[in-house]
Design a protein around this ligand. Structure first.
Ligand SMILES: [Zn+2]
Length: 371
């Protein structure tokens, strides 16, 4: 393999927090060859010129931020079939498969999933981690070889639906926060105690909400939730409550489609939400954000007009701004909020947002760079 340390210059549409601008940038270090990280790690942006047009034609966007996954499901090998409750509900298909898997199988499957995430331009992952304290230990072991390349947010949950103060405090100290299944899976007093424990340790509490049926948004908000996942069966009024309370929403369209449902992304945008995008259960979908964005764009057209730039923002800037989640493992934060990790995409064609959302694929990522 050829390794080059020479400076390379790219120019083309560059995605800022406010949209695309024309820019030219030079990259030094790392490698242009082999995979998107190169054999020598990643390069750095050493020169940036707004308006510049001298360089290899490219589209430059922040690396993908996968705002919701269940990486552990990567160990499930059978084709899932049945209703949402039968597949992912308590004691359903998924939990049965997870219970049968050995730790070695889990770690191997997780490593494959995390490598796929890197290969598709992801730098940040939020993982809803099942299996209690053991679940955290397993992902931390699998993650060791990826620590330089991914930032992982572990949202853990109690291993059983009963109050265990020792376990809860341990979960909170070993993970970045709590990530629960649907509101209706838990009894109210237990939820209240979990919420209290999270607040006491200043850790975020998040949960699935209104995925299969509409759930009472006021009761969910009262728990002091940090962010909600799905909101497929939520109403426009529920979206407005989230806007008023400043609660971000993560949507996972491919997962919803698997269960015959469509999230109302145009409705969320109209309400003033800044939705974020996640790929959800690893047994239902790969971590590939290109595929998730394309699905989000196409199914949004069932609900109304959609700007592809809004979809691209859901995979890049929205989660960075709206979720603002702390994390325990991975490379340090970029230096300030205008400087980020970026991916360089080849072959710009026409409108850059439409191009990235509907046509680009992992093969188009030339390299990942830091700034
Ligand atoms: Zn989920």
């Amino acid at each position: 393999m050829h390794v080059s340390e020479t400076m390379r210059t790219y120019s083309g549409p560059f995605l800022t927090q406010k949209g695309f601008i024309q820019a030219q940038l030079s990259v030094e270090g790392g490698s242009e060859e082999s995979d998107i990280w190169g054999e020598r790690g990643i390069g750095s942006i050493v020169d940036f010129e707004e308006g510049g047009a001298e360089g290899i034609p490219a589209i430059i966007v922040p690396t993908f931020y996968n705002a919701h996954t269940h990486t552990g499901d990567s160990v499930v090998k059978k084709v899932p079939s049945g209703t949402l409750a039968e597949i992912v509900g308590p004691n359903g298909f998924k939990h049965e498969a997870l219970a049968k898997a050995s730790e070695k199988e889990m770690i191997q499957a997780l490593k494959g999933y995390l490598q796929d995430a890197i290969d598709t331009g992801i730098r940040d992952i939020v993982d809803f981690r099942e299996g209690g304290i053991d679940g955290i230990r397993v992902i931390r072991t699998a993650f060791e070889e990826f620590e330089e390349r991914l930032r992982l947010r572990i949202m853990s949950r109690p291993s059983q639906k009963k109050y265990d103060e020792w376990e809860l405090n341990k979960l909170l100290s070993l993970s970045d926060g709590i990530g629960l299944s649907s509101y209706r899976d838990w009894n109210e007093s237990l939820l209240g105690r979990i919420a209290q424990a999270a607040a006491k340790m200043s850790k975020p509490l998040s949960m699935h909400c209104s995925e299969d049926v509409r759930e009472p948004i006021d009761s969910v908000i009262e728990l002091g939730v940090h962010h909600l996942v799905h909101m497929v069966e939520a109403t426009q009024d529920d979206f407005l409550v989230c806007v008023l309370e400043d609660i971000p929403v993560v949507v996972c369209p491919r997962s919803n489609m698997f269960f015959g449902k469509i999230p109302d992304i145009p409705g969320m945008l109209e309400a003033g939400l800044t939705p974020c995008l996640g790929t959800d259960n690893a047994m239902l979908s790969s971590p590939n954000m290109f595929r998730e964005m394309e699905a989000a764009f196409r199914i949004s057209r069932f609900k109304g007009e959609i700007d592809p730039l809004d979809i691209l923002m859901m995979a890049t800037w929205n989660p960075r701004k709206a979720l603002n989640l702390p994390y325990c493992i991975g490379p340090s934060e970029p230096r300030d909020d205008s400087k980020e990790d970026y991916m360089i995409l080849s072959q710009p064609r026409g409108d850059p947002a439409y191009d990235v959302v509907t046509r680009k694929a992992p093969d188009d990522v030339l390299e990942i760079v830091e700034w």
